[in-house]
Design a protein around this ligand. Structure first.
Ligand SMILES: [Zn+2]
Length: 699
């Protein structure tokens, strides 16, 4: 090989190494991986190809392909007394306006009235929950998945800004906040790491995360970690009733809190703080990726409550993302779980805010052509071509996106990108959906990509959560014809256990231990809650939230399955019932109908439940006068919004429908109730007034 070529390849390998290391740190040490699994997988794939082709360019000690970082599993797991919810994001001022208005609507307030918010900087660090009992620090844990974190008490105790004893604390006190590293300290730390021939960190957040999650507290102790306190977990006796006073209380307890704290009366004031802060944030000595707005009053916070994973009373307003210029090397098409063809731009690797980016989503054909989903021009109607110089940004630290194209840099020989007419995977003709931007392959289970993506979805954390079953393994077993559908997974051990004719452990890249681990993981996954099972089926427009709503409504798989089977029959009540579940949209209904009238899906959904145990939906054990009842609200309520009424009803164990059916137990009738009231009377359904409703929920 020529020296110059060797040098060029070596450079590519080093870039790849850096990308993979950075992705691993993000994945294994931080809470949020920046690359999607498939992006990460494609990095690994390219790296392996290089390694195979040019082995002489790799050191014997190359650890790039080793999975994970330090054995983080050595930390004890801790269940949080109250979950650490994540925040919903706002990316522009109209998102914030929506947030403000939805709060007022929920609380039944006039949209033009004021409501008190606090705005605090969102520090880019690692969340920590610290528990004190009788004033003594007894536990410090990371966020983890929000429900279960890791015990890092020893390490947290080395942080000088965290008190070990609080004399005036109530019996139980949990203080929550952010562990971070100052930008100036970060530079020094990296210099020191370099001198010691140790790995340097990509950014202060990584450094903070890596330092807090050290197995050796002596190392943590040497790191310049800081802590900002900003909220509470469990507390036995809360002496304050709003966020502003809470910050003062935390100061009194001896914690550092942010000095950049603003009390705002309304949306306009929030906006002003945001614009101001945007100006000064570069001068702060810590990284901030946005502002957090919270409703100040705890009583209102309590009324507003939470959605499945984020509180209704707070939002993170992100700062404009960083961007960089780079070149599009190629455009690749990925076929997703439901057959959607997703174009991805492969980019010349470029750094954006400390992370190396090598691909960006192109969404769909219209986006490439320069149009949004409604046919309006974007980027001034300029299309995207291979070879273009483009500006790429990371929005909310997720998948990189393309913002604009430098037309002046475009080569005169460049050609318009032609979207494929056939599926790049199975060769089937692809079609554009009515009223949609997506182009899909309808070959379903005879399209390999779709099958693999479905299986990946099936074993994913939010579904069956079978560990050790990544794309690589699924592809291998698919190609051997061992696993072609979800049901095959549960026959794997019977057919290919240690004593079978062709045991899994004898395959390439497998051994007794890894095969054992997989069998165990599959066995463990067999008990699954109904919502996760519905989600695992991978039906379009049936994500985690819809799956949970369905589970909550139908309670048991057999009931759900029976109703779904009947959806496409004429004159059936199952369809009416489904449409009437509050929160289930028509798109979801349509897809459920399609899915449960498809022969293959029906076979799978008949077969699968025989192999596993689907747990009934766990109703919170609530005994209230309305638990298990099916309610309908009609007319205008004077004392609360419809959303709040619904939220209260659900918290008391009732279901809420949007129309009257034979299942309805109770109609709550507000002002100017119309046809529903008459229908309820006709059907002999009990009707109560708003005052009676208030009496009912008081109990
Ligand atoms: Zn296909």
């Amino acid at each position: 090989m020529k020296k110059s070529k060797e040098k060029e390849i070596k450079k590519k390998i080093i870039i790849l190494q850096k990308e993979i290391e950075a992705a691993k740190i993000d994945y294994f040490q931080n809470d949020d991986p920046l690359l999607s699994d498939s992006e990460y997988d494609s990095l690994i794939k390219r790296y392996k190809e290089f390694k195979k082709e040019y082995p002489s360019l790799f050191s014997n000690y190359d650890k790039t392909l080793n999975v994970g970082t330090v054995a983080l599993s050595s930390f004890n797991k801790v269940e949080h007394s109250k979950p650490l919810l994540s925040l919903a994001n706002a990316f522009n001022s109209s998102d914030v306006k929506n947030f403000d208005e939805s709060i007022k609507r929920f609380l039944g307030m006039d949209l033009s009235s004021d409501i008190e918010y606090v705005a605090e900087p969102k520090i880019d660090g690692l969340s920590l929950s610290i528990r004190y009992e009788k004033g003594n620090l007894i536990l410090a844990s990371t966020r983890g998945d929000g429900k279960i974190g890791e015990d890092v008490t020893h390490n947290a105790k080395t942080i000088s800004e965290i008190p070990h004893y609080i004399s005036s604390a109530p019996d139980i006190l949990e203080v929550r906040g952010e562990v971070y590293i100052l930008k100036s300290d970060f530079e020094k730390l990296n210099q020191y790491q370099q001198l010691q021939n140790q790995k340097t960190f990509a950014n202060p957040r990584n450094a903070a995360a890596g330092s807090l999650r050290q197995l050796d507290s002596n190392i943590t102790k040497k790191r310049p970690l800081k802590f900002f306190a900003y909220t509470l977990g469990e507390i036995s006796n809360n002496p304050v009733d709003n966020q502003k006073d809470l910050i003062d209380l935390l100061k009194k307890y001896g914690f550092k809190t942010t000095q950049d704290f603003y009390l705002c009366k309304n949306f306009n004031e929030l906006n002003r703080v945001y614009l101001n802060f945007n100006q000064i944030k570069a001068n702060l000595d810590y990284d901030v990726d946005g502002l957090v707005y919270k409703v100040n009053d705890f009583k209102l916070q309590k009324r507003l409550g939470a959605r499945s994973s984020s509180p209704r009373w707070a939002i993170a307003h992100k700062f404009k993302p960083l961007e960089s210029f780079t070149k599009i090397l190629s455009i690749e098409i990925q076929v997703g779980r439901t057959g959607t063809l997703s174009p991805v731009a492969k980019l010349e690797p470029v750094e954006i805010g400390g992370v190396i980016v090598s691909s960006a989503t192109l969404h769909n054909e219209d986006f490439i052509k320069g149009f949004d989903n409604n046919g309006n021009k974007i980027r001034g109607g300029v299309d995207i071509r291979v070879g273009d110089l483009v500006s790429v940004y990371r929005a909310g630290d997720v998948i990189p996106k393309i913002k604009s194209v430098s037309l002046s840099e475009r080569s005169i020989n460049s050609k318009e990108y032609i979207f494929p007419k056939y599926c790049p995977d199975c060769g089937n003709e692809v079609k554009k959906e009515k009223n949609e931007s997506s182009i899909r392959c309808h070959a379903g289970l005879s399209c390999k990509s779709q099958v693999i993506e479905r299986l990946k979805h099936f074993v994913s954390k939010q579904a069956f959560s079978i560990e050790g079953f990544a794309e690589k393994q699924l592809l291998q077993l698919y190609d051997l014809d061992w696993i072609k559908s979800p049901t095959d997974i549960f026959y794997l051990e019977t057919k290919h256990g240690h004593n079978s004719k062709i045991p899994l452990k004898n395959l390439d890249n497998w051994g007794e231990k890894s095969a054992d681990n997989l069998f165990k993981a599959i066995e463990k996954s067999k008990k699954i809650p109904l919502n996760k099972f519905i989600f695992s089926l991978g039906i379009r427009y049936v994500g985690e939230v819809v799956a949970s709503m369905l589970a909550k409504y139908y309670i048991e798989w057999d009931i759900f399955y029976d109703k779904m089977k009947n959806l496409s029959q004429k004159n059936n009540s199952a369809l009416d019932e489904l449409v009437n579940i509050d929160g289930i949209g028509l798109k979801s209904v349509h897809e459920l109908k399609l899915f449960f009238s498809n022969k293959v899906s029906l076979e799978i959904t008949l077969e699968l439940p025989k192999l596993i145990e689907i747990e009934k939906y766990q109703q919170k054990n609530i005994s209230s006068p309305i638990s298990d009842m099916s309610l309908v609200f009609t007319g205008t309520l004077e004392t609360m919004s419809r959303s709040e009424a619904k939220s209260i009803a659900e918290n008391m164990g009732a279901k809420v429908s949007s129309t009257i059916s034979s299942n309805t137990n109770l109609l709550i009738s507000g002002i100017s109730s119309g046809s529903k009231l008459n229908r309820a009377r006709d059907k002999g359904i009990k009707v109560i007034t708003e005052n009676e409703w208030l009496e009912l929920i008081k109990k």
